[in-house]
Design a protein around this ligand. Structure first.
Ligand code: ADP
Ligand code: MG
Length: 399
């Protein structure tokens, strides 16, 4: 799960980490009121979307010369004007894709006198199974580009979970940033605080770009992105409360209510499968037969009739879906229960596209009988290859 910049900064501030003062705003009036609470005279109006690259982004509705999603404002009037231009409009950045994201929230923050910009991120490194800190003197830029052009300017420091964060890790971070004197001490302390926050909050990723050195010698987090391990969210109701569903795919939001693992994809064939491995195999075999899956959907091992119905509705609510392939192995979940779910859902949603169902496992015959006697145009398949061939043929025929 991702959160907004201002939410991440508020979380980090609780760990003693330095951030510029700021206030979130949902309206132009709130933006101006937020700015009034800041010392001024330089304010920064920042679009809050779950994507980076906002500064260099462009608003769809505004001209090509219009400013991006991070704007310096020199007066309250400027704040009012910038907030008015941003709210409700669509910001396109290198991370949003062409569709862009609608800006519904702003963050009004102190303008900082920047002496230098640095990069610092933390993630769970799958190769080592440890938390890694990635540090670079090249802040404020696209880190992938830095990694490509000047990899020697990136340092990775891994932390042994059994040992935890040690003072030498902090010194290594400060050294990699080439900081001396008091700034060196600040960097070491910041690294320690970030590690504590990362572990406490069960983060999956934390990126600070840029981390800045101010002209009066302080390290501040100027921009940050934070994401959390969804499997650990139950331990953090306060973090879960920060979820902004308007930033997520509506179908994925609906799926998560039923605990369904659903990912929207670009193809035409909707898939409903139990088990991630079988779901991957189903997607592969659809491709092998010349078409593409419209989604990944794992209903899980112990799915109920309600879950199957919900899954079915989600697939059908995608206008791109031209046919559905259900591929279920009834182990924990019996085939007749699945069949009942499929029939109930198909009737409820007025199934308008071809549906091929392949059932295997416990009570398979009862399941097939339910489908055959449903009065619905459901095509049964005997195995995975047969199922994929049938759905592709049906969709092509219907086209
Ligand atoms: P994004 O990465 O989405 O473009 P950032 O918050 O990193 O957004 O802002 C882009 C750039 O704008 C920063 O690298 C920094 O130079 C400048 N900037 C951002 N916030 C401030 C601020 N509070 N004061 C001064 N400059 C800022
Ligand atoms: Mg940034």
């Amino acid at each position: 799960m991702n959160i907004h910049e201002y939410q991440a900064k508020e979380l980090l501030a609780k760990y003693g980490i330095g951030i510029p003062a700021g206030h979130a705003a949902l309206t132009v009036e709130e933006a101006v009121a937020g700015a009034e609470k800041l010392p001024g005279p330089l304010y920064v109006v920042k679009a809050q979307i779950h994507a980076g690259g906002r500064g260099k982004g462009k608003f769809k509705e505004l001209g090509a010369d219009a400013k991006g999603g991070v704007r310096l404002a020199k007066s309250l009037d400027d704040v009012r004007k910038d907030a008015g231009e941003m709210l409700g409009n669509t910001l396109v950045t290198i991370q949003t894709g062409d569709a862009g994201k609608q800006v519904n929230r702003l963050y009004i923050t102190d303008g900082v006198d920047i002496a230098a910009e640095y990069y610092l991120s933390m993630l769970v490194d799958r190769k080592t199974g440890r938390v890694a800190m990635i540090v670079s003197t090249e802040g404020g830029m696209d880190i992938e580009q830095v990694a490509h052009d000047t990899p020697e300017r990136i340092t990775t420091i891994t932390i042994d979970p059994a040992q935890g964060f040690m003072p030498h890790h902090g010194r290594a971070v400060a050294f990699a940033l080439k900081l001396t004197g008091d700034l060196n001490k600040q960097a070491a302390k910041l690294a320690q605080q970030l590690y504590t926050a990362f572990m406490d909050l069960d983060c999956a990723m934390l990126e600070i770009n840029p981390l800045v050195e101010t002209k009066d010698g302080k390290l501040l987090v100027l921009d940050t992105k934070m994401s959390f391990d969804s499997n650990a969210l139950y331990r953090h109701p306060d973090v879960e409360a920060l979820r902004d569903e308007t930033e997520e795919d509506p179908m994925e939001v609906e799926a998560s209510k039923y605990d369904l693992a659903y990912i929207k994809l670009d193809g035409d064939i909707g898939c409903m499968v139990n088990g991630a491995g079988l779901a991957m195999a189903t997607m592969d075999i659809i491709k092998l037969n010349g078409m593409f899956p419209a989604n990944f959907l794992d209903v899980g091992g112990g799915a109920s009739k309600e879950k199957v119905t919900a899954a079915f509705k989600i697939i059908l609510s995608d206008p791109a879906v031209k046919g559905i392939l259900v591929n279920i192995f009834g182990g924990i979940m019996k085939c007749d229960i699945i069949a009942e779910g499929i029939v109930a859902a198909a009737k409820e949603v007025n199934l308008s596209v071809p549906l091929v169902v392949r059932l295997e496992g416990t009570n398979v015959q009862q399941g097939k009988d339910i489908l055959a006697n449903s009065g619905l145009p459901i095509v049964s398949a005997d195995n995975l290859g047969d199922a994929a061939e049938k759905i592709v043929a049906q969709v092509k025929q219907a086209a």
